[in-house]
Design a protein around this ligand. Sequence first.
Ligand code: AHN
Ligand code: ZN
Length: 338
Amino acid sequence: MQTSKINVFLSLVIFCFICGCKNSEHQQAEKPQQPIEKWKKGSVFNADSAYKYIAKQVGFGPRVPNTQNHKNCGNWLVKKLENFGFKTTEQIGEVVAFNSEKLPLRNIIGKINPNSKDRVLLCAHWDTRPFADRDSININQPIMGANDGASGVGVLLEIARIVHLDSLEIGLDIIFFDVEDYGAPSYNSNFVDLNSMNDTWCLGSQYWCYNLDKEYLKPKFGILLDMVGGEDAVFPKEEISRQYSGYHLNKIWKLASYLGYGEYFKKKIAPPLTDDHTYINKLAQIPTLDIIHYDVSPFTNRFDFGRFHHTHQDNLDIIHKPTLKAVGQTLLTYLYNI
Ligand code: AHN
Ligand code: ZN
């Protein structure tokens, strides 16, 4: 009697054990596989080269619209794109600034595989701000714009150099927008009119959007770079980018973290920002995301775009090659994986 009870008990234990094993095997089989990242490696982005392109632009001095420095830098940019084998054109126009000043406008446009319908747009602004309204000294002097202006253009020039060497199958439009940073200064605005002042920014991209050629082969999507060279750069998922270009935004942020750049490409969400992509999305209807330095941490509220933003600290000293590498390598890898 005792032995049979023990036997029943043991059989039960063994039965449960087998069931348990089977069950866990079953669970394992059901468990979704971790997605395997299948990114083609692509070419190597050279941050030293991008840095040199930034230094070259800064060497022209502040690139304020309607000045000789601005003209000289524009001429250099056109030549650079041409030398990299881009079919290069300039959109010349005139815009009216917040203070009623008339400004000449020069958007610089370069194309690779100009007849391909499968195109991507990469863009950045090349002008710099005429004043330092977030500084405490010399607020009426123009800033150097090493980060705010030169950094995005420098990264794109390096990408242009590489796609020229390692031919790209898709079509590519690179646009350097003018008169982005002539927006009404913050000390000019009170709380009520700040919003209505938003359209005083990005005059070059607005002009481009309002004057699109009917024949223009619209890129499938676009990527804007703005202030991509600071040491402490953080790139959150900005709200307009999320709304209009969420698919590519999430893929690019995933790729960045796969490549080891997750410290820059944060999963945090930033509020909608007025930048060139705002108009490209809303007016030109090309889904475009913004890789922009914007710190959403509540402790740095005053310095949301970085502590050097619109100050005289925005010079070559704050340009950090590892940040350029993170942005450039991510973009380049993405281009060869579309
Ligand atoms: C505003 O401050 C409204 N937008 C930021 C756009 C900008 C200025 N990007 C660089 N400088
Ligand atoms: Zn700016």
